[in-house]
Design a protein around this ligand. Structure first.
Ligand SMILES: Cc1cc2nc3c(=O)[nH]c(=O)nc-3n(C[C@H](O)[C@H](O)[C@H](O)COP(=O)(O)O)c2cc1C
Length: 144
């Protein structure tokens, strides 16, 4: 089975809710999913995965330094040619997911649309969109 990693930073659990809904969507399309907080994850594990989705909420108009450094290490570990996705909850400006997508693309990943941004705590409708992103990721992985 194709393997998807979902890695996130979430302070109040909003981005984590998105991550879990993305995971459910991908699993419903029969993809093997590992989901973890970014600090539980060794960037060198990247080699095992066909696709990696990275999520972060936005703080002070950017992503927090630890997740930025984590993504840099992920890119150094080698993600060229893998499928990527970027997502995150935000309050008012929501830069982090866009910045994540840029970093992943610069590392040679094919980042799928949409870069998914949800304001505050995801609603049922928002979680449906996250689930859809998981399904889209799975389909993309299977048709490679
Ligand atoms: C100290 C602080 C700074 C924040 N700065 C921003 C910001 O610059 N832009 C923005 O869109 N949201 C900002 N937010 C809002 C968070 O991104 C938002 O609450 C988000 O839902 C948190 O998601 P999480 O639980 O996944 O961390 C800020 C929140 C806090 C507490």
């Amino acid at each position: 089975m194709p393997k998807l990693a979902i890695v996130y930073l979430s302070t109040q659990g909003h981005t984590k809710m998105m991550a879990e809904a993305i995971a459910e969507g991908a699993e419903e399309r029969h993809v093997d999913v590992d989901i973890d907080n970014f600090y539980e994850w060794d960037p060198n594990e990247a080699a095992q995965y066909d696709a990696i989705a990275v999520g972060s909420s936005t703080f002070y108009y950017t992503m927090l330094d630890p997740i930025a450094k984590f993504i840099d290490k992920l890119v150094e570990a080698g993600v060229d040619g893998k499928i990527g996705a970027a997502f995150g909850s935000y309050g008012w400006s929501g830069e982090a997911p866009v910045q994540i997508a840029d970093k992943l693309r610069n590392g040679g990943m094919e980042v799928i649309d949409p870069v998914l941004r949800i304001q505050h705590k995801p609603t049922e409708k928002d979680l449906f969109e996250c689930n859809r992103l998981g399904k889209d990721l799975a389909e993309k992985m299977k048709h490679r």
